[in-house]
Design a protein around this ligand. Sequence first.
Ligand code: PMT
Length: 349
Amino acid sequence: MSEEPTSFSADSYFATQPAPPTLEHDIAGVKEFVARQAKEGRNVVLVTSGGTTVPLELNVVRFLDNFSAGTRGATSAEYFLKAGYAVIFMHRQFSLQPFSRHYSHSTNPFLDFLEIEGSKSGTATPPAISVTHAMRKDLVEVLTAYKSVHAAGTLHTLTFVTVNDYLWLLRALSQELSVLKRKAMYYLAAAVSDFFLPRQKMSEHKIQSGKGSLHIEMDQVPKILKPMVDVWTRGDGFIVSFKLETDEQLLVPKARAALERYGHQVVVGNDLHRRKFEVVFVSRKPLPPLPPGVTVNPIGEETTSSFAESWLRIDIPTSPIVHTNQVKEIEEDIVAELVRRHERWIQGR
Ligand code: PMT
C-alpha cells in the first residue's frame, strides 16, 4: 500500500476528497439555526468534540482512532448554554453529549437508579417507573437544564465520524457562522487526526491478511486553521484552539507557535494526564495604546511576538471521582474565562 505521500493544501484537499453525503442537509439546518439566533441577538459558539477516525478501506472494516471521549466538548457546551450562548455541537458520533453525558459512558448508568413500582395485577397499564431517592436531586437539575435548552432552541447537534467528515463540516459551518461576525466563537476541542489515507490510495475491499505485515504510508491532513482564520471566518471569529501534549514542557512553546502561525485568538494548552485539573491559556499580549497621532505600522504589528500565559488549576479530587453534579469541573472556569475574553473581542478591545 506504500505510495509517495502527497502534500495537501486545504484547497487541494477539498478539490480531491469527496464531501460527505449529508453535508447539504447539515448546512441547511445550520443556516436556519444561525438565522434564528442572529434574530434573537445571541452569541453562538461552535463546539467541536471527540476524536476522528481514519478509514483504511473504502468498504471500511478497519480504521485508526484516538482516545478522545468528548468530555471536554460536551461539558463545555453545557456551560456555554448556561452562559446564554447558542451552541452548535459538532461531535463524533456516539461520543459524549451535553446533558446525557451525566449518565452515559459512565460508572453511573441510568438503569441502576430507576425503580419499577408495584403493578396492579389484572390491569393492562404498565407499571410506573421512579428514580431512586439518592439520585433524584441530580437528575432534576440535569433534566431541567436539558428541557429549558430544548424549549429555547439554543442547541443544534451535528455528527461526524471520519476526519474527512470533520473537515468538510468544519469548513461549511465556519462559513455559515461568519455572518455573525464577532458574535461567533469557535471552540475547537476535537482531537483531529494529523494523518489520513486519501481516497485515491485506499483499498476498495477489506485488506487481506495473507501477505504478512502491513505497511501504510499516510498523508498529512492539511493545516486548516490558517484558512479558517483568514478566509472561512473572514478574520472576525473568536477562535479558540486546543493543544494537547504528553510532555508538559512543550505546551507553551507549541501553543505560542500555533498563535504565531495561524493568527487566531487563544490556544488552550492541556497535558493528557492533567487535563481535567489544569490548563493554560496562551494569547497575544494586547499591544500598548499608540500615542496620539501615531499610526499603526502593519509589519511591526505582525511581527510582535510577545505572548501572555495564564494557568487555570482546580483541586485534584483526593478520592475516586463520584459522579454527581456537585463535583467541580474545570470546563466551568474555562468557559467563564473565554466568555469574558469574547465579550472584549466583540467590543473591539
Ligand atoms: O475529549 P476529551 O477526552 O475530554 O479530551 C479533550 C482533548 C484533550 C482532546 C481536548 O482538550 C484537546 O486538547 N483537543 C485538541 C487536541 C490536539 O492536540 O489537537 P491538535 O494539536 O492536533 O490540533 C490543534 C487544534 O486545531 C485543535 O483545536 C484541533 O481541534 C484543531 N484542528 C487540528 C487539525 C485539523 N485538521 N483540524 C482542526 O480543527
